[in-house]
Design a protein around this ligand. Structure first.
Ligand code: EPU
Length: 434
């Protein structure tokens, strides 16, 4: 199993490039199910969850072609010959977002058999809202042997009101409704940029969607969708992680290829902490020359402070003067990184869904264990300022969502090495190495 060895203390300087958003790429790949024509997706990140989705689609009979060389961030998916509208437990247990195929499969094939995801390191994460929404659209749903089976001759438009805001739930039903008979109005939808990006792709495929990116989405069903080409938006969470890396290490880092508008709440909070940033076009420059001061955060759905940045923010808070209260409002168990940070010298007390971080405490290198994707990122950040050599174990979690993070960080001066590499490496674009 791979590990990172990180020697802390180097300020990060230079230019670091952001990849395409994993959480936009996953629904975009699922959207290919909705048509028998090829979908070409650009700016696809090379991360493990994309490979899992490729396997998932290939197991159904889709042709998925991943680009190589200069085209390494392009993938072409053709779902002309879907033979088996099924997502097995083997794949769903590796990646919960596999449930994104449920809606598209019922809409296109009239039936779907998708494994229930089961528990997860960050909380229970049920998919009851996906199921309820599909029932509103007229699907018949049964559950047996750990699988959900859904069927419908043709889905029909309906009014759907989400009891709770769900990102992949909104995306799943948005895809399903594009091929339904009649109009669907969805209320209390997730407003994440990844939802808007999916709607953009679907509209290029011939769907008639209005309001994506707001809490009410209207979809006029069409009888078929066509192939198209689409560029995935930049990964706002990867960008935010790099901005914090620059701030923490006291560096001067230019985070390029991102969309600063998607980071506005994170950047506002960092300004409160004393981090100087300047956004221009598709880049954010972070100049880590100030004293960091404690500030509280509470995670919320977009446009609030993202739960996917909570762990990284906690690493920053350990180096800020004073007490920061970090409240996690989205997932019930997303503080697994806190105890590992404590092992590195942080002062963090957990009280229900709140973590109280008292800073500034010096961090010292230790052997730590990554428990989920964003927790791993938080440990890497802490290690960049810890005294000595930190070993971060189970980095397969970070490989699920960060593209070659160690190469990108090394390119801007971090001392980080992967040991026990088991995956073949691909070339990193020149700008990342600069
Ligand atoms: N929920 C339900 N029932 C449902 C669906 C969700 O109760 O049917 C609850 C969840 O348990 C949670 C809340 O609603 O408490 C929000 O969950 P949501 O459905 O929005 O999460 P998700 O769609 O499964 C996506 C991202 C996550 C990100 C969350 C929140 C993708 C592929 N995943 O998950 O990303 O944390 O939204 O923003 O888009 C990550 O990238 O590390 C990651 C975990």
């Amino acid at each position: 199993m791979d590990r990172f060895v990180i020697r802390g203390g180097n300020p990060l300087h230079g230019t670091i490039r952001v990849s395409g958003a994993k959480n936009a790429a996953l629904p975009a790949m699922a959207a290919a199910i909705l048509t028998d024509e090829p979908i070409v997706l650009e700016n696809i990140p090379q991360v493990r969850d994309i490979e899992t989705t490729r396997k998932l689609l290939a197991a159904m009979g889709a042709e998925v072609e991943l680009g190589y060389g200069r085209a390494q961030h392009r993938t072409t998916i053709c779902c002309r010959g879907l033979t088996s509208p099924e997502a097995s437990y083997e794949l769903v247990k590796q990646m919960r977002a596999s449930s994104l195929v449920l809606g598209p499969l019922v809409a296109r094939c009239g039936r779907a058999r998708v494994s229930l995801p089961g528990g997860c390191a960050i909380g229970a994460r049920p998919i009851d809202l996906h199921v309820k929404g599909l029932e509103c659209l007229g699907a018949t749903i049964t559950q047996e042997h750990g699988y959900i089976e859904a069927s419908a001759k043709r889905l029909r438009g309906a009014e759907i009101v989400f009891d709770k805001i769900t990102v992949t739930g909104t995306e799943d039903l948005l895809m399903a409704a594009t091929l339904a008979d009649g109009e669907t109005v969805m209320q209390n939808c997730a407003r994440e940029p990844e939802v808007a990006d999916l709607a953009d792709l679907l509209n290029r495929m011939g769907a008639r969607i209005e309001g994506a990116g707001t809490s009410t989405i209207r979809i006029k069903g069409v009888s078929r969708l066509r192939g198209t080409k689409h560029r995935i938006i930049p990964d706002r969470i990867e960008a935010g992680t790099f901005v914090i890396a620059g701030a923490l290490t006291g560096g001067d880092l230019n985070v390029v290829g991102c969309d600063p508008r998607h980071l506005s709440v994170v950047l506002e909070k960092l300004a409160e902490v004393g981090v100087r940033t300047a956004s221009a076009g598709d880049s954010v420059r972070v100049i880590g020359d100030g004293v960091l001061k404690a500030a509280d955060i509470g995670t919320e759905e977009y446009p609030g402070f993202p739960t996917d940045m909570q762990a990284q923010y906690m690493a920053l808070a350990t180096q800020a003067e004073g007490s920061s209260v970090v409240t996690e409002n989205i997932f019930e168990n997303r503080f697994m990184h806190a105890q590992e940070l404590v092992r590195m010298g942080a002062n963090i007390k957990i009280d229900g869904n709140r973590a109280i971080v008292k800073g500034k405490t010096p961090l010292s290198a230790a052997a730590v264990l990554a428990s989920d994707l964003r927790a791993s990122a938080s440990l890497v950040l802490a290690a960049l300022v810890a005294d000595g050599e930190t070993i971060v174990d189970r980095v397969y979690h970070i490989d699920r969502g960060y593209e070659h993070i160690e190469e990108k960080l090394r390119g801007v001066g971090a001392q980080i090495r992967r040991i026990g590499e088991i995956f073949p490496k691909r070339a990193v674009p020149a700008a990342v190495r600069a």
